[in-house]
Ligand binder design. Structure first.
Ligand SMILES: *Cc1c(COP(=O)(O)O)cnc(C)c1O
Length: 363
């Protein structure tokens, strides 16, 4: 029997140290012990994301974090540009459309399938129109495209005062992020993808400009950034947090820093190279176009004769290998193998060996 190989884009496998941290007895979330835990996770998250701004921890999944960011920082009358590269770009866009007075206030700049946002099209659009905010998906998990965040932010800053909201849900921990240096105003991520911790939290950072905007927001109570920031100054959350999730995240961040961030990012790049090499050998395509192939997930473009869902089931049943068809439009044409979070290159080699074995036998 094959060992389970969970190669999906989250939740990702957990290291033994993380499992152990999560199985500890509860403490009061008003205790000094929790405050120390909060301070440690806050410090490490900021170091990882390259920001001096405080972390806002929300008890919800990443989608909740995106929604909270939109509702705290955008006004219903704003005009918003969505850099749309796939399913998760669409999720961010729809969250925003529901918040705006009229859906026409959101403009989508679509990229070609498997491509990142076209810098020229972006420049031209920004020269013609004014926007209050721009939405960017850093790593578009559905297509395996890593958008060049730093370059896109530079273009936006050159032509616009717009606030920049970045979905870094599946990029944090897989590739370098320098939020403050690059000029990202709001960044959203989660523990359960590249940060190799359990689901249960959304992590949001808002810089001074975004916090200023949030001060005037008419937002519901639970996701109010002002409340979260005020509690955060006392190393607490306003309501009961997912304490086990904080503990797991503390342990996983310690593992990432112990490995060394450069080594962590290089491991992801090597995993991508293994997958891309295997595709070439198997005569399969990469859905994401070079040089924007994600270090965290490889999207395999399948020929008409192979259904992604059939292939997914076969890999699960015969090899205990868990891959996922692309979310949304490319559902049956694209199968994704994730290499994010707690994995070794041997896990990726093993996944590829199973793929090859299956392809030889079946097609
Ligand atoms: C997974 C994912 C989300 C949604 O996160 P949930 O925790 O499932 O709500 C959003 N954006 C991207 C890029 C993702 O990969």
């Amino acid at each position: 029997m094959h060992e389970i190989n969970l190669r999906i884009t989250g939740p990702t496998p957990l290291a033994p140290a993380v499992l152990e941290a999560m199985s500890q007895q509860m403490v009061s979330h008003r205790s000094d012990e929790f405050k120390d835990l909060y301070a440690s996770v806050d410090r490490d998250v900021r170091a990882l994301l390259g920001t001096r701004h405080p972390t806002i921890f929300l008890t919800c999944s990443g989608t909740g974090g995106l929604e909270a960011a939109v509702q705290n920082v955008l006004r219903p009358g704003d005009k918003v540009l969505s850099l749309h590269t796939g399913f998760y770009g669409e999720l961010f866009a729809q969250i925003t459309e529901r918040w705006l007075q009229a859906p026409e206030q959101l403009i989508r700049l679509h990229s070609e399938p498997g491509q990142s946002t076209d810098p020229q099209a972006l420049t031209q659009l920004l020269q013609r129109q004014d926007f209050d905010a721009v939405l960017i998906t850093h790593n578009e998990s559905s297509t395996g495209v890593l958008n060049p965040l730093e370059d896109l932010v530079r273009i936006i800053k050159a032509h616009s005062q717009a606030l920049l909201l970045c979905d870094a849900v599946s990029s944090a921990g897989t590739t370098p992020i320098h939020m403050d240096r690059w000029g990202v105003d709001v960044l959203i991520t989660v523990p359960q993808k590249g940060l190799m911790a359990p689901p249960g939290l959304a992590i949001v950072i808002a810089n001074d400009r975004a916090q200023e905007r949030a001060r005037g927001a008419r937002v519901g109570l639970y996701f109010d950034f002002q409340r979260a920031l005020a509690s955060g100054r006392m190393q607490q959350t306003p309501s009961t947090p997912s304490i086990s999730c904080f503990r797991g995240l503390q342990a996983s961040l310690q593992l990432l820093f112990a490995e060394g961030l450069d080594t962590v990012y290089e491991r992801h790049v090597q995993a991508r190279a293994i997958c891309q090499g295997a595709l070439a050998e198997l005569g399969l395509g990469s859905f994401a176009m070079a040089p924007f192939q994600s270090p965290g997930v490889t999207a395999i473009s399948l020929p008409e004769s192979i259904s992604a869902q059939t292939l997914q089931r076969a890999l699960e049943q015969n090899y205990n290998l868990f891959a996922t068809p692309a979310a949304g439009h490319w559902q049956d044409r694209v199968l994704r193998i994730a290499h994010m979070g707690w994995f070794s290159l041997a896990d990726i080699d093993r996944a590829i060996a199973c793929m090859k074995d299956h392809m030889r036998q079946t097609y």
